[in-house]
Design a binder for this molecule. Structure first.
Ligand code: ADP
Ligand code: TYD
Length: 196
């Protein structure tokens, strides 16, 4: 089979990191083909700067830096992995900018202008009740700036708008309802959606 490039998206604490990891493991077994698991911001020096809670970048400068990190991610990591016939699973991608940079005050057209040259990904949108994510946010570490400014309910709305926008760009997109499901069942639902 041809290599898949899958982006796992969704609001803070919906389970992206958990599901991306399990999806990579199970996809490798299911297709007998290696998977490159990655995430954004990346592990590069720029990506690590973007993850620092004290990051000095806000608004437009942050949007541009995130888009630069993503462009380098595509060129130096994602395309080479696909060229080596690996599947690629990324925890966050363009849609994260279409949500988080909007929470940070930018509009969709500007965000898309910075991201329009990326490689389209088969996109998995994880959804759950906002209360579930709110509860996990309260239990976890101190909130980041964007977690404090936004909310799970607002992020869900903005993800829906990102989805509508990218449907116009012909991106393959799948919504997975995670409510009450354990990670194994969620990955099973992703396989069903992808007809794997
Ligand atoms: N399907 C699930 N059911 C119950 N708890 C989950 C599920 N998926 C993730 N979690 C838990 O929710 C928290 C946030 O998950 P994480 O994968 O870090 O989310 P994200 O990457 O979207 O911020 C973690 O404590 C994780 O163990
Ligand atoms: C991927 C991405 C991250 N960010 C920012 C938000 C956060 O401040 C920071 C780290 O992302 P986040 O996913 O919250 O970090 P972690 O994986 O450590 O939980 O990067 C954006 O603003 N836009 C993006 O598209």
């Amino acid at each position: 089979m041809t290599s898949l490039f899958i982006a796992v998206e969704g609001p803070h604490r919906v389970g992206k990191t958990t599901i991306a990891g399990l999806l990579a493991t199970r996809l490798e077994k299911r297709t007998n083909k290696r998977v490159h698991l990655t995430s954004e911001p990346t592990q590069s020096a720029l990506g690590r700067l973007l993850r620092t809670p004290e990051s000095v970048l806000h608004g437009r400068p942050l949007a541009l830096a995130v888009a630069a990190d993503r462009a380098a991610h595509v060129e130096s990591e994602i395309i080479p992995a696909l060229d080596e016939c690996l599947h690629v699973v990324t925890d966050r991608y363009v849609q994260s900018s279409m949500v988080l940079q909007r929470v940070d005050g930018l509009d969709l057209d500007e965000i898309w202008a910075y991201n329009q040259y990326v490689l389209p990904a088969t996109s998995i949108y994880l959804e759950d009740d906002p209360e579930v994510m709110t509860c996990r946010l309260r239990q976890g570490a101190a909130l980041s700036r964007l977690e404090m400014v936004g909310s799970p309910r607002r992020e869900l709305e903005l993800y829906r708008e990102a989805r509508q926008f990218l449907a116009g760009e012909d991106w393959p997109q799948h919504v997975i309802d995670c409510h009450g499901k354990d990670p194994d069942h969620i990955v099973g639902a992703i396989f069903d959606s992808l007809q794997l």
